[in-house]
Design a protein around this ligand. Structure first.
Ligand code: ZN
Ligand code: ZN
Length: 131
């Protein structure tokens, strides 16, 4: 998958991986402009992000309108939960078998075919609670 990335998509994934935190599209444009001296058009960024999300290389955080890289190698449709710290902004990706089964059951009950299964949980991370 990774070697099939075009240079433009590769660069956007690099920027997300280097950031290690969620970035909005315009933050990404700023970083790419700093790196390359050229400002990419927002539409090209959004297209590349769509591709990365559809292929399970990145996730979109709806509550932040931001994107972050995923190196967990799971399917794009696999259920994931994001634990988002309101204090420091840290985002942890997590999942569990029971959560996957519960989401499966919720969809099956009503004959729903999910495209993405992303849960966003906000709160306070362990480090901030200790501080
Ligand atoms: Zn992931
Ligand atoms: Zn925190």
């Amino acid at each position: 998958m990774r070697r099939e990335l075009t240079p433009g998509r590769r660069r956007i994934l690099d920027v997300l991986e280097t950031a290690g935190q969620p970035l909005g599209a315009y933050e990404m444009i700023d970083r790419i402009a700093d790196l390359s001296g050229k400002r990419p058009a927002p539409i090209s960024i959004y297209r590349a992000l769509d591709f990365l999300v559809e292929n399970g290389l990145a996730h979109r955080l709806a509550s932040r309108n931001a994107f972050l890289a995923c190196d967990h190698g799971h399917e794009a449709s696999d259920p994931v939960a994001f634990l988002i710290c309101d204090t420091c902004g840290a985002v942890a990706e997590a999942t569990s078998e029971p959560m996957q089964r519960s989401l499966e059951a919720v969809a099956q009950q009503v004959g729903f075919s999910p495209r993405s299964r992303v849960i966003e949980v906000t709160g306070t991370c362990a480090a901030c609670q200790a501080a």
